[in-house]
Ligand binder design. Structure first.
Ligand code: SF4
Ligand code: SF4
Length: 149
């Protein structure tokens, strides 16, 4: 399925995410898509099924930090939608897309395993006494790469 649609991906993504660049740069988009699919199989799908679905819209109270936009957790900077905004910073090219809500993207990091997996330089797991409310409401949008406005 993921590979069957390959020739159409630059057109579909360009249209769905309102990113004509993805269509115009056809060859580059195909190349990035193949890398993207490979990386998705390398942990994010499992993470989504195991961690994200049951914990959406909450962040563990034991995780502290703020995003410095290094791009590591965007599939090791291999996400097809990641864009470099400065020498050391990256932004999500589809940050405002409603479809992004159905992905892993607003749920990093949920645990120490997440932090280690992508070598996140800014979030840390803190040892906290377990309370009844181990999970707290959080403004997820504040800790993850957003588009430049
Ligand atoms: S959450 Fe961490 S790994 Fe992801 S971009 Fe921010 S600083 Fe980098
Ligand atoms: S936040 Fe954007 S760039 Fe990062 S993994 Fe998600 S879709 Fe890709």
């Amino acid at each position: 399925m993921a590979y069957g649609l390959l020739p159409l991906v630059p057109f579909l993504f360009g249209f769905i995410f309102l990113k004509p660049k993805l269509t115009l740069q056809y060859r580059l988009t195909v190349k990035k898509y193949l890398i993207y699919i490979k990386e998705l199989k390398n942990g994010p799908i499992e993470h989504y099924l195991k961690d994200v679905i049951s914990h959406k819209n909450v962040i563990p109270a034991t995780i502290e930090g703020s995003c410095i936009k290094c791009g590591n957790c965007c599939l090791d900077k291999k996400c097809i939608f990641l864009e470099q905004s400065s020498e050391n910073e990256y932004i999500c090219g589809i940050y405002t897309s409603p479809l992004r809500r159905f992905s892993n993207c607003n749920s990093f990091p949920l645990n120490a395993r997440d932090i280690q997996r992508y070598s996140c330089p800014s979030f840390t797991e803190v040892i906290a006494e377990k309370t009844e409310n181990t999970f707290v409401k959080s403004e997820y949008k504040t800790h993850w790469i957003r588009s430049v406005s």
